[in-house]
Design a protein around this ligand. Structure first.
Ligand code: NAP
Length: 318
């Protein structure tokens, strides 16, 4: 494939009526430096990625914004509307009066006038003055979901984001949100991969018209929050071998066949390309029998808290 050949990625239509490309390009990394993120995002646009996942806490918004500006300048895209950009509200801004300024700051970082999707990153709030990735127990404060969601709706009504949604929400928290939301969440972005398949949550979201976006779709090997369970699975190695595909491609294909969208992170050109090449094979019943045997274990146990918070965060859900 020449560097200018793009792969077409299918879209899904969200309940907000906007289209979202099934494959998103993740930008969370513990070693995010601006030049690397910018170069990777430009390469991603060349390869055909149109959906980009960032967050105020990733430190990637500015570099992604520079990549978008460069892609426009180079003519890789003719307009910003050809991209689907997601960002997220961090814990320290998870307060009703801080939502709008936080979104405005993200837009400023990205150099954009609107987002396609703005997500409440976690159903947790931290003291506004404490901005960091992992929080201690005494830095967290009660989360006002109703007030925060009203502010998210205001952001949508102001035209600053086309869709609004949540991330890391259990069915219990979604049920609570749906009981008062004027605008229902278009998306719930959660950990979802072959070793954390989240069947109940997926079925609940489908019934409510909420699109699931899988994060850590390969299990996030090599990060402090992930594991090698997926990428080192012997069962998946066998399936991949039969199809002449990689474990990553089998994992992403499985997500696609479940009708969900996903954000996958690679800053390596070959792996970025590989992660798009999932539309020319299908998993068989035999593959599904093996997939059903994979041991299930959540990797992101305590979210951005350095203490045992699992019950509070996930409501005992599996
Ligand atoms: P991931 O995409 O499952 O895994 C990323 C890791 O897999 C990286 O180490 C990457 O290394 C490697 N990789 C990627 N493609 C590969 C391939 N084809 N073969 C072998 N290795 C491959 O994990 P993630 O970064 O946690 O999740 C993806 C995105 O979801 C994030 O970047 C972020 O945008 C989002 N996310 C959201 C939340 C949330 O709370 N909402 C939490 C976590 C992540 P190389 O870069 O070296 O290829």
């Amino acid at each position: 494939m020449s560097s200018t050949t793009k792969l077409a990625v299918p879209n899904v239509v969200l309940q907000s009526s906007f289209s979202m490309p099934v494959i998103g390009f993740g930008t969370a990394s513990e070693t995010n430096d601006g030049d690397t993120v910018k170069a990777a995002a430009i390469e991603a646009i060349k390869l055909g990625y149109r959906h980009f996942d960032t967050a105020s806490c990733y430190g990637s918004e500015q570099a992604l914004g520079e990549a978008i500006a460069e892609a426009l300048k180079l003519g890789l895209i003719s307009s910003r509307d050809q991209l689907f950009i997601t960002s997220k509200l961090w814990l320290s801004d998870n307060h009703p009066h801080l939502v709008l300024p936080a979104l405005q700051k993200s837009l400023q970082n990205l150099g954009l006038e609107y987002l396609d999707l703005y997500l409440v990153h976690f159903p947790m709030s931290a003291k506004p003055e404490v901005r960091k990735f992992y929080h201690k127990e005494d830095e967290l404060v009660p989360f006002d979901l109703k007030g925060v969601w009203a502010s998210m709706e205001q952001c949508h009504n102001l035209g600053l984001t086309k869709s609004i949604g949540v991330s890391n929400f259990s069915t219990k928290k979604l049920e609570d949100l749906l009981s008062f939301a004027t605008i229902p969440p278009a998306v719930n972005q959660v950990e979802l991969n072959l070793s954390w398949q989240q069947k109940n949550l997926r079925e609940y979201c489908k019934a409510k018209g909420i699109m699931v976006t899988a994060y850590s779709p390969l299990g996030a090997g090599g990060t402090s929050w992930g594991s090698n369970d997926v990428m080192e699975s012997e069962l998946l190695k066998d399936i991949a071998h039969v199809h002449g595909k990689s474990i990553a491609q089998v994992s992403l294909r499985w997500l696609y066949e479940q009708g969900v969208t996903f954000a996958v992170k690679s800053y390596n050109k070959e792996r970025m390309k590989q992660n798009l090449e999932i539309f020319n094979f299908s998993l068989t019943n035999n593959d599904y029998q093996k997939i059903n045997q994979i041991k299930q274990e959540r990797k992101v146990k305590n979210g951005p808290a350095g203490f045992d918070l699992a019950d509070l965060l996930w409501d005992g859900e599996n």
